[in-house]
Write a protein that binds this ligand. Sequence first.
Ligand code: B3K
Ligand code: ZN
Length: 852
Amino acid sequence: PTITRREDYREPDWRVPEIALDFDLDPAATRVRATLQVERNGVHDRPLVLDGDALVPVSVLVDGVEATGWSMDGPNLVIPLTGSAHRIDTEVVIAPERNTQLQGLYASQGMLCTQCEAEGFRRITFFPDRPDVLSRYKVRMTADKARFPVLLANGDPIAQGEGADGRHWAEWHDPFPKPSYLFALVAGDLVANRGSFTTLSGRTVELGIWVRSPDLAKTDHALHALKLSMAWDEQVYGREYDLDVFNIVAVDDFNFGAMENKGLNVFNSRYILADPDTATDYDYDAIAAVVAHEYFHNWSGNRVTCRDWFQLSLKEGFTVFRDQSFSADQGSAAVKRIEDVRGLRASQFPEDSGPLAHPVRPDEYIEISNFYTATIYNKGAEVIRMIHTILGPDKFRAGTDLYFQRFDGTAATCEDFVASMEEASGADLSQFRRWYTQAGTPRVSATLTQEGGRARLSLRQSVPPTPGQPVKEPMVLPLKIKLFGSFTGRAMCDEQLMLFKDDAAEMVFENLSETPVLSINRGFSAPIIVETNRTAADLAFLSAHDDDPFARYEAMQQLMLDTLVASVASGSADHQPVIDAVRNTLTDGALDPAFIAEAVLLPSDSFIGDQMAVVDPEAIFRARESLRRDLGMALNAEWRAAYDAVRANRFEYSPTGKGARRIKTVALGYIAASGAADAAALAYAQFEGADNMTDRQGALTTLASGTSPLREQAIEAFYQRYAGNGLVLDKWFQTQALSSRDDTAQRVEALAQHRDFTLANPNRARALIGAFAVNQRAFHDISGRGYRFVADQLIALDRLNPQTAAKLIPPLGRWKRFDAARAARMRAELERIVATPGLSKDMFEQATKSLD
Ligand code: B3K
Ligand code: ZN
């Protein structure tokens, strides 16, 4: 397979200012006629090359005349042209119902829909399918009126009418030039939850959330989130919506979360549909965040798009930062930051330390779909957040204003963004740009020493080698730092923002009247790993006294981690400091319950593993369970008090309601961990009596890892209650795949044979296989059966849907982190995948890189 390199970027040979598309829609055979106005870009004699993927031209016309000189170069259509501007007409026939890749035009549950990013448009029609070719689109769709009464596309509806034989048609025009990856159409039997929004300048926008009619009652939350997002982008970024309509369609079969097509977002239904009985608080929050994310792309992605796919983080990192800020403003900013950092550590840190590590702006790829990663999205968001921290909110806003104004209607680069930030603020970000080029998570060691009234903070940084980048330069690390007096608990200075730019640095604090304790990287101001010389007592102190909630959480996590790592190393550890710290937090009436619930959770098995030279999944599991049991027993009364305080709450979707449900299930988990005789009955009562999915799934999760006979009863009752609800069945599969029981691998193998299991639906595949592969204990069973099972499934999935299959490779690629026996078995499965005949280039790239 060929490698695409950033340094090879060239402007397009031909521009396409206008395109008209005419679809004769039918699931078995859709006729696509395209009319392109093409213009030669610069002086050259190269032919027009139109990307195609599995397309066969039915006809090709140049300036209205049947063309003869065209040829195929592999999948692409090559048309020699003599003039500087021409009209090109092509016609192809495609089969949406046979499209199992879910890329291009495909069928899902009776509707037809599209997904074009990154390179799906070429599966619909011949076109220069690259983001720096911007065109105005006119779309006409004709379809059977009974099967497809609703016909939607980008932009504004222009006309509609009846045709012959029960068919009807509609025309949509999008006045904003856009790249092909933002094209979308949807045809189906859909109903809309309608709303409207009045913009900053007083224009009215008609909003519609389109679903199949039984789902209509589950769309209010998404519609509400859309209105909040539109208002937030006006207030915080001064960005106004620009079309008269904004539509969102929910689709059951979708490769990822959602897609920001201009004026017509298409969503995985899991990020639209919610009611208390079927969606958890986590789902409600994720829906609001994804609705916001896709809406925010209208400016950061659509009005200003990417020049090439190496610039992907230009729109994704920035837009994730925007959606994170939006969510932080809707509820507890501290809890949101904790969740985002936990996500970064769970997905991006392992990526950055493994075989698939790549910079935020990569240098090369085989398959661009493999680069929609936690590094591009989440580390990219951290990079934007650091710019925000360094510049401050006002200069940051001046920078985004300049960026949007200067690059509106164009395809821009990460460099354009950073340069706008520099120009608007006067800051020098030259060294900061290394965040775009160097992969790997920086490590900082911070040592605080005291002599009399003076303390000295010594810092050292290093960036580990990553594939293709053996040697690294020092990074710019914005570190928020503060000292607290260990006796009075008082702050000993204001928070300092230090820009740490060299291999080593020192900071001196004078006139100290008591022993200081170091609070560093407050708010997770830099996405790095910090090692300090703080003692268990220091960490316990900070977990109770730091005035930055994130730093409090972090101190508790570090205390827990240090305890667990010691326990794994030596078979046991003193649990008392953790027990005392958890008691303090749990019983601190001044704290937000949602924060408490996050702070008292132990680090995950895999995060503990990430701290170790060689991951020992069984020892980690034992150490963690032992600490959970001791916490459960020692604080039995406190957990029960916390539980009883909220036990009788009725469902209410509010920050208070969410906090109460969170602490409730966390407390239930600890009561179960203590081995209390009544724990399973308590969990079953919560399961049965729940008036919402958060409580019900929380109880099911607790039961699923236990040994009570009530476990099977709950699993069966859950299945019966939600039979036919795909999104809830996903939870059913996932909860079992995440169980910490000894027999999880067998169970998951059996579930793969269940009549409701299918690889054809990406949500279902991820719910079982994706979840199992991150269940550290079960997946890494020493027998190797977990590896074999996942490899078998991925080989089968690759034949249907390469994009979704390739996304599930990374857990197998972590072999270097494990003992020789496990590593050999993991490698053997990767080798088996690579040797599979007909493997997609998506899987080939992920699996071969994972073997290095
Ligand atoms: N831009 C899309 C992601 C497309 C993924 C293509 N493999 C959704 C988003 O990030 O908003
Ligand atoms: Zn995005």
